[in-house]
Design a protein around this ligand. Structure first.
Ligand SMILES: CC(C)(COP(=O)(O)OP(=O)(O)OC[C@H]1O[C@@H](n2cnc3c(N)ncnc32)[C@H](O)[C@@H]1OP(=O)(O)O)[C@@H](O)C(=O)NCCC(=O)NCCS
Length: 161
């Protein structure tokens, strides 16, 4: 059966924030929940821009807090749709701290799943992703994450049955 959905390129969303003292955890670096809120918002904007619909986060996968972010840091967050299903999109999201000298250090990364909604809040189809060469690695990672999340869910369902 042929797929009549439009084919579309994804646009990278980028935003910058400065880390305030009220975003610190008791150790003095940025609280992970606040980092995740910025990632979720930026990723939602990328998914919304791609699908031209309302979107909701359905899962957050492969979160890795690799390096701490400090109070006072300028942080850059990037987000791009790298895999689509029928009504869902996976967005790769990364957070970097500005370490001066025009250099960035990657601190946090994650893949967030979004579902596109119509105006009755029913899942609705998203465009087909035109995959660019520069996104092939992220796309492969997203496929692996999606497959392993599916396996994990099946195993959890067996435990719960
Ligand atoms: C998102 C939501 C509508 C999905 O409900 P559902 O009954 O599973 O809907 P569907 O079965 O129609 O699935 C819709 C899409 O979500 C995907 N999906 C559902 N559960 C998923 C999961 N755990 N992981 C990844 N994708 C998932 C499905 O694969 C499907 O994608 P596809 O069309 O590309 O194949 C529902 O879980 C919801 O409303 N959640 C709350 C979302 C929210 O409020 N988020 C804000 C943060 S709290």
């Amino acid at each position: 059966m042929s797929d009549s959905r439009p084919v579309k390129r994804a646009e990278e969303m980028v935003n910058w924030n400065i880390v305030f003292p009220n975003q610190a955890n008791p150790s003095g670096n940025m609280f992970g929940g606040d980092v995740l809120a910025i990632m979720d918002t930026t990723a939602a904007m990328a998914a919304k821009r791609f699908s031209e619909t309302q979107v909701s986060t359905v899962t957050v996968e492969a979160v890795h807090f690799a390096k701490p972010i400090m109070v006072g840091d300028n942080i850059k967050t990037t987000a791009k749709v790298v895999l689509v299903g029928n009504t869902s999109m996976m967005v790769k999201t990364d957070v970097y701290r500005d370490i001066g000298g025009n250099k960035l250090m990657k601190c946090v990364s994650a893949f967030l799943n979004f579902v596109a909604f119509d105006y009755q809040r029913m899942p609705t189809q998203v465009p087909i992703l035109e995959l660019l060469e520069e996104d092939e690695t992220a796309h492969k990672m997203a496929l692996t994450i999606k497959e392993s999340a599916k396996r994990r869910q099946q195993e959890l369902n067996e435990i719960l049955a």
